[in-house]
Structures are given as structure tokens and as C-alpha cells.
Design a protein around this ligand. Structure first.
Ligand code: NAD
Length: 368
């Protein structure tokens, strides 16, 4: 009994130290855009904290980085509260973690041995943004921030050519709703990143450490003329608030319901389609860029095949990815699975091992 108490005391000490260290790294990464450790090093510390908190659940507190998303919004920008929170994703590194994820999903859905259909996507290595369209017109763009409140970067986003300021009115998959919040990743292609760094060097300015960092720095410029010179890209992967059109002939009452990908406690679907795959097809038809490398697969085996294929394609992609993301495709099942504090239970990020990053950097140098 004594030894158990000792172990708990030791764990409490280590947990406190890890939280302090992670909080510092979070601040540098999300707020200052100036990390001092690699993502792999950060993930290792984070993983150690998750493991200790899993072993000693009584030591979990609301302030723990495992319970929170991202960093505080910069005061230089106006802050906007997200109508539907913007969450993070749980991470997995090993195939066994994916097999366990699939088992948990089947258990919760009471699916038995019936394989679950998943939507697989690339995990774009940029920063999350929420775009608000009202009656098809872009009205606001907000960073993820701490997940509840983000920075208003509308003026900067308006300079991004990859992001439509007006949605296509009518598509094969239905019309644009009265309000549509699109969630996705802002990123820089590698070739553009190299050009930006060349220009920075020539001007005697600081160079960016990687495309993600350069994208973050470009998006959070106080002078949008600078953002306008940076060819930022965007890929949509989800949605927030959707206020639909009223059903034909029933007056002008619109329904506003939190959507499943980012929303906690959604009561009923306001989505015009019932799978993640169909929703992304719909967003693409509305004129939003959606990553073309996607797949609908069955069960854990299908997930692991997608991972292998993505790893093979990775060096040939024009942008950085740090893994792949699997989401239960049926939105009704997503609602059944719901959320834990900082991430959905119906999705997981399967990250690539850290060593790959080095090989990839070499590949780029050869390509350029
Ligand atoms: P994350 O990057 O591991 O995953 C969640 C994010 O993935 C989402 O918010 C979204 O922006 C993005 N994403 C990309 N493609 C997506 C897709 N297809 N579908 C859904 N989401 C997609 O989590 P996080 O909370 O943004 O950040 C944690 C990660 O950031 C860590 O794992 C670490 O690698 C890095 N980090 C590094 C430091 C550092 O000091 N080096 C500090 C903090 C965080």
C-alpha cells in the first residue's frame, strides 16, 4: 500500500513538471509561433502525461494540457467565441492503437464484428481555421485559438485566393445554407514556402522553420498586405454551425443546430447529408477546396491500408502532412460516440513516425 502511495506521489510530481513544460511549449507554438522543440519531442512529453493521467485518473485537472486545445488568442486581434467549439484530435502512433480505436468504436456502436465504414483523409500540417458564410458570402474567419475563442483574422483571410469569398449558389448536392461555418486547414505548399524563405533571406529577415510555421506567421500578420503576398492554401475537412433553409412552404424559420464534427452536445443533425464523405463532397461542390486524397474504407484493416498508401504518396505531395485522420463516416454514429474533453471519440489522427520528417526534408531539397 505504501509503495502505491509513493508511486502516486512520484506521479503527481512528474505530472506537475510535465504540465508546466507543455504549457510553455504550447505558448511558444500557438501564441508566439516560435517553438523550441520538435513536434515529435512535444508529442513524447504529451504521451507521457496522458499515460500518467490514465494510470492515476484522480490527478487529472481541468487545467491539464490534455484537457485543452491550442493556445490563447493574441490580444492584437479581436477575439471571437466559436458558436461550436473547435476541437483537437486524439493521436495514435502504432497500428495496435488503431486496432484498439476500431474496437472501441464497434463496442460503443454495438456493431459486433460488423466492420465500421470510415472516412480517411490526410492530416494537413497547417493551422485550423473556421470560415463563416452567410447567405453564401464570407463574413468572418477565426483561428482555433484555445478551441472556445479564436482570433478574428477576416481581413487576412480575404486576401487568400484559395478561399472563395462567395459560395457557388446551387450544386448537385444541394444549395448553400443561410449560415455555414466551414472548418479546415490553412497551409503553405512547400515550393511557396521555399520562395518565401528566399525572399526573407534576401531582405535580411528571419527565415521560417517549416511551412506550418510560415503559414501561421503569414495568417497572423497585423498588416494584411503582407498576408496578401503569401500564397496561402486551404483545405476544408469539416464544419461548425449550419443554419439550414426552412423546409419548403413552412415559412422562414431556420434551424440552428451544432454540427457533429466540431460540436459538443449536438441535439439533432442540421446537416444536409448523413455521412462525412457526402458532407465533404457537398463543400467541394460549394466551391471550397477539399483534399482529393480521401477514401471510404471498412474496418481497421482498411484504415491501415490507407495509412500505408498515404506514407508512400507523402514525398510526392506538394504540401506537408504529419499523418492521416480517420473519422467514423456515418454522422448518426458520430453523435452516438460523442466527445471527450478535447477531442471527438469518433475520430483519430494516425501520425507518421518522426524519422520520416528528415527523409522528407532531403526529398524536398532534391526536388527544388
Ligand atoms: P493535432 O495537430 O495533433 O491534430 C488536430 C488538428 O489537426 C486539427 O485541429 C486540425 O487543425 C488538423 N487537421 C489537419 N487535417 C485534418 C483533417 N483532415 N481532419 C481534421 N483535422 C485535421 O493537434 P493540435 O491540438 O493542433 O496540436 C497538437 C500538435 O501540435 C502536437 O501533436 C504537436 O505535434 C504540435 N505541437 C508542437 C509544439 C512544439 O513546441 N513543437 C507545441 C504544441 C503543439
Amino acid at each position: 500500500l505504501t509503495s502505491k502511495l509513493d508511486r502516486e506521489n512520484l506521479a503527481a510530481e512528474r505530472i506537475a513538471a510535465l504540465r508546466e513544460e507543455l504549457a510553455e511549449h504550447n505558448h511558444r507554438y500557438y501564441v508566439l509561433d516560435a517553438p523550441i522543440v520538435t513536434d515529435a519531442e512535444y508529442d513524447k512529453l504529451f504521451g507521457e502525461l496522458v499515460a500518467l493521467e490514465t494510470e492515476f485518473p484522480l490527478l487529472v485537472t481541468a487545467e491539464s494540457p490534455t484537457q485543452r486545445v491550442g493556445g490563447a488568442p493574441l490580444p492584437a486581434f479581436g477575439s471571437v467565441r466559436h458558436a461550436v467549439p473547435m476541437l483537437s484530435l486524439n493521436n495514435a502512433f502504432e497500428d495496435d492503437d488503431i486496432v484498439a480505436f476500431d474496437k472501441r468504436v464497434r463496442d460503443t456502436l454495438k456493431a459486433g464484428d460488423t466492420p465500421v465504414t470510415y472516412a480517411c483523409e490526410l492530416k494537413f500540417d497547417g493551422l485550423a481555421i473556421s470560415l463563416r458564410y452567410e447567405n453564401g458570402v464570407l463574413t468572418q474567419a477565426v483561428t482555433r485559438g484555445d478551441g472556445q475563442t479564436g482570433e478574428d483574422v477576416t481581413a487576412n483571410i480575404r486576401t487568400v485566393r484559395a478561399i472563395p469569398t462567395r459560395l457557388r449558389a446551387k450544386t448537385a448536392h444541394g444549395k448553400a445554407p443561410a449560415v455555414l461555418e466551414v472548418r479546415g486547414e490553412v497551409l503553405l505548399f512547400r515550393a511557396d514556402f521555399d520562395k518565401i524563405n528566399d525572399a526573407q533571406r534576401a531582405a535580411g529577415d528571419k527565415v521560417f522553420i517549416n511551412p506550418r510555421n510560415a503559414a501561421a506567421g503569414s495568417l497572423r500578420q497585423l498588416d494584411s498586405r503582407i498576408t496578401a503576398k503569401r500564397p496561402l492554401r486551404f483545405f476544408a475537412y469539416g464544419w461548425g454551425e449550419i443554419v439550414g433553409e426552412s423546409p419548403a412552404g413552412s415559412g422562414d424559420q431556420a434551424s440552428s443546430v451544432a454540427a457533429p464534427v466540431a460540436g459538443a452536445g449536438a441535439s439533432a443533425p442540421a446537416t444536409p447529408h448523413d455521412t462525412h464523405t457526402a458532407m465533404l463532397d457537398w463543400l467541394r461542390d460549394l466551391g471550397l477546396p477539399v483534399g482529393q486524397y480521401r477514401a471510404q474504407v471498412q474496418g481497421a484493416e482498411g484504415l491501415l491500408r490507407f495509412y500505408e498508401a498515404a506514407q508512400t504518396h507523402r514525398p510526392n505531395l506538394p504540401y506537408d502532412i504529419d499523418g492521416v485522420v480517420y473519422k467514423v463516416d456515418a454522422l448518426a454514429s458520430q453523435r452516438t460516440l460523442g466527445f471527450v474533453s478535447r477531442a471527438p471519440r469518433f475520430a483519430i489522427a494516425h501520425k507518421f513516425p518522426a524519422e520520416e520528417a528528415t527523409t522528407e526534408l532531403l526529398d524536398i531539397e532534391v526536388q527544388v
